[in-house]
Design a protein around this ligand. Structure first.
Ligand SMILES: [Zn+2]
Length: 375
């Protein structure tokens, strides 16, 4: 089977590596921008021009948080032949969609599993998720590897043009995530969650990643799931702003998460109101992970993520063929990473039908010990 998505490799200073990404992934970046332009105008009546103007004030908080990332965004725009604000708005697409427009959608079930409960004799934790999103995004996904001075190299699966997402780095830290929404989410200028994900991926371990998440003046709520080569697992739920970061530790060597806050929060979980099936998915993923403790290798995890309990609101999310529309939200990829070994196992589409493919970035070939296909 050939690779399900094209690969991009970029290295150097921020603008230089951004430009390399833009040049290599130009067609998919243009498609990403077109995708959100189409969605926003149809679902919310917000023009792309307006979305770009909403994104402009995000520059200052992003620059204060990590000026390198703004340079990289500038490089991506240059390389792809687009405007800087196109790529900035793309990186703030979640905050624009939820915070400003109030569009609500179901999204993502994630997991992290400690080495002690794998039972397959392979070292290191496993972290990943079912990524539930718009099917039209599938044609914009790329594997992206970035080698950056004085920071770990990072490897991700992303919508082309976005600088941070589900991935791992060259020192064995893995990051996954879930959409959350609180009563305080209003799309106010701050650091977008994809840029916080990248900062987490730039970290050396879970502790440093947690600091990068909590120190950000975030625009919106989100959930960040972390695992490192030292064996630490941590989940961090966040609301917007600089406070409101709530760490959750593993229970029995596992963490399962969906789209509702699990920490005892003192504000309204509006995401749960809009995505009421999330609580059932949270219960189900944790129940299945615990039930199979000690046999949680990659194959078993894929079986778990194929779960169809609760019908169309299940962990493995399908479209309702009878009512299919372009605004359906389905599982577009199943991702299970072994960050300590430098491998991302990924199935395009639903895990119940998709064939598993191993993405091994060049840094893993050079430094970490890749495991091949022996899972
Ligand atoms: Zn399925």
């Amino acid at each position: 089977m050939s690779s399900p998505f094209p690969s991009v490799v970029a290295r150097g200073l921020p603008f230089e590596r951004g430009k390399a990404i833009g040049e290599q992934a130009r067609a998919r970046i243009v498609a990403s921008v077109g995708n959100y332009e189409e969605f926003l105008s149809r679902a919310t009546n917000i023009s792309w021009k307006k979305a770009r103007s909403f994104a402009e004030p995000y520059q200052e908080p992003i620059g204060e948080y990590d000026s390198e990332v703004l340079d990289e965004i500038g490089g991506i725009a240059k390389g792809a032949g687009l405007d800087y604000l196109d790529i900035l708005a793309l990186n703030a697409r979640t905050e624009l969609m939820y915070g400003i427009t109030g569009v609500a959608i179901p999204e993502c079930t994630s997991f992290a599993v400690a080495e002690s409960v794998r039972g397959d004799g392979i070292r290191g934790p496993i972290i990943g998720q079912n990524w539930d999103w718009r099917p039209s995004s599938l044609s914009t996904l790329i594997f992206m590897e970035v080698e950056q001075p004085d920071r770990p190299s990072v490897a991700m699966i992303v919508e082309a043009g976005i600088v941070g997402k589900i991935g791992f780095n060259s020192v064995g830290l893995g990051v996954a995530g879930n959409f959350l929404l609180s009563e305080f989410d209003r799309g106010e200028p701050g650091v977008p969650l994809h840029i916080v994900m990248r900062a987490a991926l730039n970290s050396h371990n879970v502790e440093e990643a947690e600091h990068q998440i909590s120190r950000a003046h975030r625009s919106g709520s989100s959930n960040y799931l972390l695992a490192d080569a030292g064996g630490a697992l941590l989940d961090v739920e966040t609301g917007p702003g600089s406070g409101r970061a709530f760490p959750l530790t593993p229970d029995g060597g596992v963490i399962g998460h969906a789209n509702n806050f699990c920490a005892p929060i003192d504000f309204l979980d509006t995401g749960l109101q809009r995505v009421p099936d999330s609580e059932a998915r949270t219960r189900r993923i944790n129940e299945l992970l615990k039930q199979h403790s000690g046999e949680l290798g990659i194959k078993r995890i894929q079986e778990i993520m194929k779960d169809h309990d609760n019908g169309l609101a299940s962990i493995c999310r399908h479209t309702d063929a009878a009512k299919s529309t372009e605004d359906d939200w389905v599982t577009i990829a199943f991702i299970a990473m072994e960050p300590a070994r430098g491998i991302m196992h990924i199935a395009k589409g639903n895990p119940c039908t998709g064939e598993l493919w191993d993405y091994i970035p060049t840094f893993a070939n050079q430094g970490l010990a890749p495991g091949g296909n022996d899972v």
